[in-house]
Write a protein that binds this ligand. Structure first.
Ligand code: BEZ
Ligand code: FE
Length: 280
């Protein structure tokens, strides 16, 4: 019998922080722009303190909590739950193609390459979940198929765990880099993921619990779709009628991104979703 070690906030937080630290991040922000953003950000915080009459004990608890988030390696988790959706909204202003959504902390590049008709790597246990056959086409904004487009797909398993952030899962479980056919088409077999619960045993969980909030994201597929000469889109797809679709803790659901899979005669759920890419 295998022992399943439950992923902890500390475990997934540390893994997400380590991954983020390996990425070399930079932004082309002038000192003037930074000063303007910093002034407004601090001003917004000062206004909240004054409006709510925040006390010294509350200020000290806040300081301690900020320290805990850092020490627990939970900044990627906290920021992607509560902040990233606003940054994605800014990006969405300049786009006409498929709607984007947040990336979240669990993307890992270079997942195994798979052909346009494929099955994501999965464990025997995962095969007990409802299979999902996901078909469609990657096109430009005029509907022309883009041969050889790339779909990076990753998602949680039927228990809500992501490979590489939960110690009991194989490295590339439910992750793949799919290359579309000459017309941009694909047929990917995977499983229906479960809703995802933000780890509740660390400071992000405390933050949610202390205000009687819930830690759930609706079940979702993560995708990054790209092609030469096109702007890549990072997005997520959700499932109609699923728990938390109307109440996502990460505020990342958009109506255009909700799938409605239908059961087929083969015992699998089937759905079609096409991606239209903006020019680069
Ligand atoms: C997710 O999509 O899995 C996710 C997003 C934000 C924070 C944590 C997880
Ligand atoms: Fe996710």
């Amino acid at each position: 019998m295998t022992t399943i070690e439950s992923p902890t906030a500390a475990g997934s937080g540390t893994a997400a922080t380590d991954k983020f630290k390996r990425e070399r991040v930079s932004a082309d922000t002038s000192p003037e722009r930074l000063a303007a953003i910093a002034k407004d950000a601090l001003g917004a915080l000062h206004k909240v303190i004054l409006d709510h009459g925040v006390t010294y004990p509350e200020y000290r608890v806040f300081k301690q909590w900020l320290i805990d988030v850092g020490e627990g390696g939970e900044w990627p988790l906290f920021l992607d739950v509560f902040i990233e959706h606003a940054v994605e909204e800014v990006l969405a202003r300049s786009r006409k193609g498929t709607k984007g959504s947040i990336e979240g902390p669990y993307y890992v590049p270079n997942a195994p390459k798979l052909p346009s008709v494929c099955t994501l790597p999965m464990r025997e246990e995962d095969k007990k979940a409802t299979p999902l056959v996901f078909t469609g086409q990657v096109t430009d904004l005029d509907g022309n198929g883009i041969g050889g487009a790339i779909i990076e797909l990753w998602h949680a398993d039927e228990e809500g765990y992501y490979s590489q952030f939960a110690p009991h899962l194989p490295k590339w479980n439910l992750r793949g880099t799919i290359v579309t056919d000459d017309e941009g088409r694909y047929e990917i077999t995977t499983i229906q993921p479960a809703p995802y619960q933000i780890p509740t045993d660390g400071p992000t969980g405390q933050f949610i619990e202390a205000q009687n909030g819930h830690p759930w994201r609706p079940a979702h597929l993560h995708l990054i779709v790209s092609a030469p000469g096109k702007e890549s889109v990072t997005t997520q797809l959700y499932f109609k009628g699923g728990d938390w679709v109307a109440n996502d803790v990460a505020s990342a659901v958009k109506p255009e991104l909700i799938l409605d899979p239908q059961p087929g005669d083969d015992g699998k759920n089937h759905v079609t979703y096409n991606f239209a890419l903006d020019p680069a």
